[in-house]
Every structure is written in structure tokens, then in C-alpha cells.
Unconditional design. Sequence first.
Length: 442
Amino acid sequence: MKRSFVLLAAVSWCLAAVSARAEMKSKYNVDFYGYVKLDAFYEHGFGIMDNYLLYNPPSNTCGLNAACTEDQIQNGRRDSLGMTARQTRIGIVVTGPATEGGISTRGRIEADFFGTGVARSSASNQDPEEGKGLLTLRRAFLEIIGRNWEILAGSEWMVVSPLLPMTNNYIYGADAGNLGHRVPQVRLTGYLLDRKLMFQVAAANKIGDVDNLDIDTGRMSAMPSWEAGVTWKDPQLTLAFTGHYGQEMVRTTRHGNFGLYGDRVDSWSTNVSAIIPLGDVASLTGEWYMGANLDGCYTGGQGNGWVVTEDGDREALESTGGWVQFMVAPIPAIRVYATFGIDDVNDDQLRNAVLEPGYIDGDPNTAGNQPKSGNSAITKNYYYSGMVDFYVNPATKISLEYMQMISDYALANNGLSDPNWTPVDWAPGKVDRWTLSFWYMF
């Protein structure tokens, strides 16, 4: 009896402690936001990344590198249907008190459920992907805010190419004309002319390619990626000019796990962004860029940063692209979008390269070496889309989007990297994707 009483008292104390902790509140102002989203999609043709569309294998193959036999289904003839709720997003904004001089502070944490590490299991015949999506740390930063200046420190969208096209596709046109991503950075922002004119400069973490022992070529350069921009914003026009410069220290030969790092490859871009209102019910939005070594978090160059020249040098692979979107709202409850985006790499650099872009697993002068596989033969990737948003109420909308994405393999017959490689006739990868999305925004 005594033991039961002690156990009951302990349980009661724990419940009281939990209840007290649940009632604890921050001493500062906390705002909670986000949305719940379901995507139901149908694809005609096989596209890479399943829950969203990034690029496509050749339509006349059975995979990225495999030719088809008569009894196999080519990528261009495959159909798929799926649903996901992993883009559901949550965020917290905490605002601190202001000083007597008017300086305030603010912090933000934002996440969704598209984190990596979730894989299908053929051995157990299970697909845990949808029910066990891991958190993605999208944005996590603090801000120190003055009257006409701000300091930001943390993970946030890059300064370069700051706009995003409206789309149901999770990646917002990455590798198809929309440059930029979220990276750790320290950023200074200044305002003039009643905050219509904005200047920004940032030192960002240069994320490069990862080799053996998790050696990151961006960090090996021992310098940040410098980003800067100037933006004019008023009701009639938003216009921004942005750019960046960084370097990667890449491996030239392989010695054990480390290799010999000695070649520096520049990464740079020049970007223009604009929002042009067209009356009260329409607008034109878009971005254009040109640059080099734009793979990784810059989401350009079709996943490739450089090529190996005949002299054995690493040369930054150039890329040009952008996107444009027309929006019209015929009635308050409906918005219609038409979009085009493209990422186009320098064909001449690929054509004249001794080896495919990326890392070489061994001595680059040895015939038959295998470079980085995947989408390195894509010369350009582009898409067209049309989308209709219907707002049930200000917090709820239903979106239907049609997107056609085309990945061009025009140089596949060059053999690019391996003297022993047998050329194949790769047709452009084409996918038609319909996405029905339900959003509840709070």
C-alpha cells in the first residue's frame, strides 16, 4: 500500500510538472505561421525526384544510362501517380524588445518535411517516405534592426536572384531558370529614400562538392561567397541587380582519401530581377542570369560546376537562363499564371571538354576513368507551365498546374568523357505533369 502511494505521488508530481511546463510562455512576442499542403500529381513520362520535378532522363532509355530492349518500357512511355504532404511548412518568429535607441531584434525558424535520409526499402517491401518525412531546416536566422539598416545572421535565401515563381512544384524552378537557395550567411542591409532603395552585401557559406572524408570544395577555398545587390521597390516597379563571387578548391589528382587540391575554380553570377504591375489585376515577374560554376546551392549549370580542358585545367562551366511569369486575377477568388523557365549551359565547353564536368575518380590522364554520373550530359533544361489558383477563403486555396519539362541531351553522341564509351542516340527527356494542390495557410 505504501509503495502504491509513493508511486501515485510521483506520477502526480510529474503530471503537474508537465502541465506547468506546457503553460510556460516566451517573455517575447511569438508568432506562429505556416501551411498545410497536399500535392496529388500525375506524370506522363519519367521525371527525376518523384514528389517534384527537377529534370528528366532521355525519353528513349530505361534510366539515366540504360538503353531499352524490346520488352522494356522507355522513360517517355511511363506513367505515374502519387500524393505527398511533405511540403507542409511550419515557422516561428520571435520579436524582442527595442532599445532606447530604437534598435530591435527578431529571430525566425522555419522548416518543412522534405529532409533527406528517408529511403524506400525494397527488402521489406515498404515505402516509409510519406509517413516519415524528416525536417528540413529551411530558414533559421536572427536580425538586428535599426531605422535604416539591418544585420542578419543565419540560414536565409541568398541575395542573388531573390524572387520565386509561383508553382505547385516544390523546388520553384531550380535547375530550370530559377537561381539561388538558402545558405548560412552574415548580411548587411541598408535603406535610402524612405526604404524604396535597398543595398545588400553578404558573406555566405560557399557550399561546393563533397569528396571523400566529407571534404567540401567550397570550404576548402578558405573564403566565403560574396554576394551583393541593389533593389528599387515602389508600387509601380520592383527592380533588382544582384551578383556573387566565390571559389572552390578542387582536386587535381587522387592520393588516398584526400587527393591533391590545387586548382581554384571561380564561381560568379550577374542577375536581374523585376516585378512589373500591369494595372490592378495583372503583373509580369521574372529573372535573368549569367554566370559560371553554378551547381549545388546556386541551382544552375545542370548540376555541374566545371569541365576539364585538353590542358588538364579545371574551367568553370558557364550557364545562362532565367524565368518569366505572367499573372492575371480576373476576379478576387481566381489567379491564373503562365510561366517559362530555362537553364542553358555552354555547349562549346561541354563539346570541347576532355572529361565530363565534376570529379574524376582517379588519374584524369588514364583512359576509361569514370566521372561523376547523372545529368552531366544535359545541355539545357526548360519548362512551360500554366496554373489556376482558386481561393475558397483567404486562408484556403486549391491549385491546378500543368507543367511540361524538357531536358535536352543534344551532345550525348559526343562521348564527352570516356574514350571507350559507346555513343547512343539520346532523345530529349520530356515529361508532362499535372499537379492538384490543396493549401491551408495560417
